[in-house]
Design a protein around this ligand. Structure first.
Ligand code: SF4
Length: 414
């Protein structure tokens, strides 16, 4: 039985208990929200069960993986390790170059967090051309990845040939920017057939059901620049994904709905998140970014941190890290570290909006007031980096003898 089936039957699993304990929340509430599809639990043999959704802390995913132009499996393994070390809750292996099965196994051996894949990536990379792929190839890849222990898979099932027709008419600058979505759309156009994931949806659910794999419904119609506002294709995909999520939950498959990713003007982020959550029945929302500006090239992790903070505070449950390499190159190990930390900051700010300020902030402020540097490093998100930057001494080199904190301590006595 899957977590959602158990929850619907009123039974408590060990995983539900673990999530409730870890999140310091009530078990009954966790079970109720799993039953309603508002929380999913990702599991894998060597990782702690991970709850994502209503009332839980915001989670962070980090994408890694080879491309057809950059194949260094060891570097991808290191990226996964660095991401987890800096707070990634899940890793998505999006590899498209080299021995993809072997790379996924190496990543899975190196980290103890749930692993997600986008099966059409591997199918496309191995077949080399959309013309060569048939629906059975996609099913075979899903079966293989599930069999080998992934915790979650992403499919872009929320659009049809009609959606592609309306996309053609839409006045977008960027068109479709989702890679998985573009592969799926290219397949549909090349084969003159409906969305293969939609046509095979029940078969895919059956595969996921057997091992309680979390389904993530991809966001193919997301906007690729801030001038591409929410439009008909995007709204139709949200509606379709909401329907698909309901059906998946009805048959016992835990489901996340991706959305709101890409580029969204800052003033729209909160309203868009609320709309998305309402349409999808408050199912766990995964967002990539969103980037509230297009001009932060080379610093997109900072722009994404701002967008993701707003999105998370408004109700997004699961954030995808954006690195400084976004739109430019396959990220380096350092860029993965920076992107992960930026996303962790966003998740923390979002949680402070959702659940109130944290003890960690309170404790750090007390340490800062006392100029207790080790204490600050202890409560900082990345204490090691703070230690590297700090200039040793009672005060720091910013104000030196004219340290405001020290002056007020002398004059006010505290
Ligand atoms: S020297 Fe300035 S920046 Fe440094 S701790 Fe004192 S007040 Fe803060």
């Amino acid at each position: 039985m899957t977590q959602i089936e158990e929850a619907k039957s009123g039974r408590t699993t060990r995983e539900m208990v673990d999530v409730a304990l870890h999140e310091k929340t009530e078990l009954d509430i966790v079970r109720k929200h799993i039953a309603s599809g508002e929380i999913v639990i990702m599991t894998c043999p060597k990782c702690k069960p991970l709850g994502i959704g209503k009332g839980l802390l915001t989670k962070v995913n980090v994408n890694i993986g080879t491309s057809s132009m950059a194949i260094d499996p060891d570097a991808e393994v290191k990226k996964a390790m660095v991401a987890v070390e800096h707070g990634a809750n899940t890793i998505s292996d999006l590899s498209m170059g080299g021995d993809i099965d072997e790379i996924r196994r190496a990543i899975s051996d190196a980290v103890s967090v749930p692993l997600t894949t986008v099966p059409i990536y591997q199918t496309t990379a191995e077949k080399g051309s959309f013309h060569e792929i048939d629906q059975e190839d996609l099913i075979k890849t899903i079966k293989k990845q599930v069999q080998e222990g992934v915790s979650s898979v992403v499919i872009h099932a929320g659009f049809t040939l009609d959606t592609l027709t309306s996309l053609k008419k839409a006045t977008r600058i960027m068109g479709m920017v989702s890679k998985g979505g573009a592969f799926t759309a290219a397949w549909m156009i090349a084969h003159k057939k409906e969305n293969p994931f939609l046509e095979k949806y029940d078969e895919i659910l059956e595969i996921l059901l057997r091992k309680d794999i979390v389904l993530s419904l991809g966001n193919a119609m997301r906007s690729g620049c801030v001038h591409d506002m929410s439009d008909k294709p995007q709204l139709s995909e949200i509606q379709k994904n909401a329907e698909l999520a309901r059906h998946a939950n009805d048959v016992g498959v835990q489901t996340i709905v991706e959305g709101m990713g890409g580029h969204v003007p800052a003033k729209n982020i909160v309203a868009y998140v609320r709309h998305h959550k309402k349409i999808t029945g408050n199912r766990p929302l995964f967002v990539s970014g969103p980037l509230p500006t297009d001009i932060a090239v080379g610093y997109d992790h900072i722009a994404a941190c701002i967008g993701a903070s707003l999105a998370s505070g408004a109700g997004a449950d699961y954030l995808c890290a954006i690195t400084p390499s976004e739109h430019l190159a396959l990220p380096s190990i350092d860029h993965v570290r920076e992107g992960t930390i930026a996303c962790r900051i966003a998740a923390h700010i979002g949680d402070s909006m959702k659940y109130g300020l944290s003890d960690q902030d309170f404790n750090l402020a007390k340490m800062r007031r006392q100029r207790n540097w080790e204490g600050q490093f202890k409560f900082a998100l990345d204490g090691e980096r703070a230690r590297q930057i700090h200039s040793p001494g009672d005060t720091c080199t910013m104000c030196g003898d004219f340290c405001a904190l020290k002056i007020m301590e002398q004059y006010r006595g505290h």
